[in-house]
Design a protein around this ligand. Structure first.
Ligand code: UDP
Length: 316
């Protein structure tokens, strides 16, 4: 039997590379596409020698050409951390809008099913808690996060339009804060920032008073949820994340304990429009996909810490 082919945009990124692993394991032929602005070829080096894996160096905001049959598209190309999308705001807007349009056009031409990576950022600084999929959000379009949030909101709108107008098979996952191996140590997000600071002997920089909350999902749980959503028949957005919510202060304390260092938490100004609270309501994922996270934070953080320690040992 010939294998089905899946295109994974952002395939050399944190989530894209884990998805590439998963799809190879599930018996698909994988084409990973990435312009390597925030992705890293090292994340997929181990797949390069496989006959069922191919890497295309390409910017999906430009016309995408893929020869032959294509059965699935997973659109995961996008800068995803606040400091990245502040540094490259136009590319962020383009990949979420033009890039999504290109992926949808390709899916239509090939008769492929497409799953797009949306985000909890569509809820902005949420006024409803926990966030369920029916909440429309509270986003500042012209604030620093607007370039990412609005691109992703446009992405959801155009994906739904292709579904209703062209009858395309579409899936939308709203991803909440996720962590694990292959995150970039310098991506500015709180987990790599804190672990990097702990290892380098620096104090941990908590932004604001640290009472803002997040809910962190370990990467293998997220990938499982995405895989199940891809194979489901549900076209509306589905939250995937871990509802175990903590304050950033508590999170900092956990990292200090995990790493066993003597430093302390220090406070820096809170970036503009930083959401005050975030917790996914995963009722829909539970009901539709029979999915819920399995890895608790203690376990996930331990694996991630080991990964970053090894990474730093190799580079020193
Ligand atoms: N944060 C922090 N110190 C850092 C990096 C981030 O206190 O060095 C805070 C940030 O202000 C936010 C939370 O940690 O409230 C999560 O930030 P992250 O960039 O990981 O993702 P976000 O959920 O804000 O997109």
């Amino acid at each position: 039997m010939t294998k089905k082919t899946v295109l994974i945009t952002g395939g050399a990124g944190f989530l894209g590379s884990h998805l590439s692993d998963r799809m190879i394991t599930e018996g698909y032929r994988v084409i990973a596409m990435d312009n390597l602005i925030t992705g890293n070829i090292k994340n997929i080096e181990h797949l390069m020698k496989l006959k069922d894996f191919e890497f295309y160096h390409h910017d999906v905001s430009k016309f995408i050409h893929v020869p032959g049959e294509l059965h699935y598209i997973l659109h995961f190309a996008s800068p995803a951390s606040p400091i990245d999308y502040l540094r490259i705001p136009i590319q962020t807007l383009k990949v979420g809008s033009l890039g999504t349009h290109n992926c949808l056009g390709l899916a239509k031409a090939k008769g492929a099913r497409i799953l797009v990576a949306s985000t909890s950022e569509v809820y902005g600084d949420p006024l409803v808690h926990p966030q369920n999929e029916d909440y429309w959000g509270n986003v500042n379009p012209v604030g620093p996060r607007g370039v990412y949030d609005e691109a992703k909101r446009f992405q959801e709108a155009i994906t739904m339009a292709y579904h209703t107008f062209h009858g395309l098979e579409t899936r939308i996952v709203r991803i909440f804060n996720t962590y694990g191996p292959r995150m970039r140590l310098d991506d500015g997000r709180v987990l790599p920032a804190f672990i990097g600071q702990a290892i380098r002997g620096e104090d941990l920089t908590v932004f604001g008073d640290g009472t803002q909350t997040r809910s962190f999902c370990y990467v293998s749980d997220l990938i499982e949820g995405i895989y199940r959503l891809l194979l489901s028949d549900y076209a509306y957005p589905v939250n995937i994340g871990n509802p175990d919510e903590i304050t950033i202060n508590q999170f900092g304390e956990e990292i200090l304990k995990l790493t066993g260092v003597q430093q302390k938490l220090i406070h820096k100004p809170l970036p503009k429009d930083d959401p005050k609270q975030r917790q996914p309501d995963i009722t829909k994922a539970r009901q539709l996909l029979g999915w819920e996270p399995k890895i608790n934070r203690a376990e996930g953080l331990k694996i991630t810490y080991e990964y970053f320690k090894n990474l730093l040992n190799q580079s020193s």
